[in-house]
Design a protein around this ligand. Structure first.
Ligand SMILES: Cc1cc2nc3c(=O)[nH]c(=O)nc-3n(C[C@H](O)[C@H](O)[C@H](O)COP(=O)(O)O)c2cc1C
Length: 180
């Protein structure tokens, strides 16, 4: 699929064919493609937790309330970022980290690679919600430095996604400076 076509036709998919599983080879292909995402200082701080257990999938909504549809997914990829590996500063007067941004870029790669292979996926947020981070770390035994960034249910879509209106808005493009 052409990249621009993929960017324009990807949609969040929340209804999956529960009779079909995504083969591990395709999950690996999706994660491999996402691993080419850009990252600050090329630290590639991402980790991917693949969850296929039905009980765990059905319980996800108790950790993040807007993931109830994950119960029907073939799997969830929990995209995480290592805050110790990501480009960051921890000084008295300067504290920041690119972990969430790097993880999110990898997550977007997962959405696009899944779309290219004909699977459906949906980005569900984790970081920066502190309670969600804490619950996910506890449930999936994540070390404290492993920050969950996105919960991505994946599966074979029940129906092809509806096309959306043109999202391009020329008023949001500011040439040179904000106002004319
Ligand atoms: C940071 C972020 C968090 C999101 N969290 C959720 C979520 O918890 N549950 C959900 O169903 N969709 C979630 N979404 C998906 C958005 O609702 C979706 O991307 C948006 O409605 C646009 O639709 P589209 O993806 O089909 O273009 C999230 C998207 C982003 C970027």
């Amino acid at each position: 699929m052409d990249i621009i076509e993929g960017l324009k036709t990807r949609r969040s998919v929340r209804r999956f064919d529960t009779t079909q599983k995504i083969p591990h080879a395709d999950i690996e292909k999706i994660i491999a493609a996402a691993s080419y995402a850009p990252s600050a200082h090329n630290t590639q701080p991402w980790h991917f937790v693949v969850i296929e257990d039905k009980v765990q999938l059905a319980a996800l909504h108790t950790l993040q309330p807007w993931t109830a549809f994950a119960k029907d997914a073939s799997c969830v990829i929990l995209v995480c970022a290592d805050t110790e590996v990501s480009f960051h500063r921890e000084k008295e007067n300067e504290q920041w980290s690119y972990a969430d941004i790097d993880g999110t870029l990898a997550a977007y790669g997962i959405l696009l690679a899944a779309h290219d292979l004909g699977y459906g996926a949906c980005f569900c947020g984790a970081a920066p919600m502190p309670l969600v981070i804490e619950k996910l770390q506890e449930r999936f035994d994540l070390p404290r430095n492993i920050r969950p960034v996105a919960i991505i249910p994946l599966g074979v879509p029940m129906a092809s996604a509806a096309a959306v209106n043109d999202r391009y808005n020329a008023e949001k493009v500011h040439w040179g400076k904000w106002s004319d």
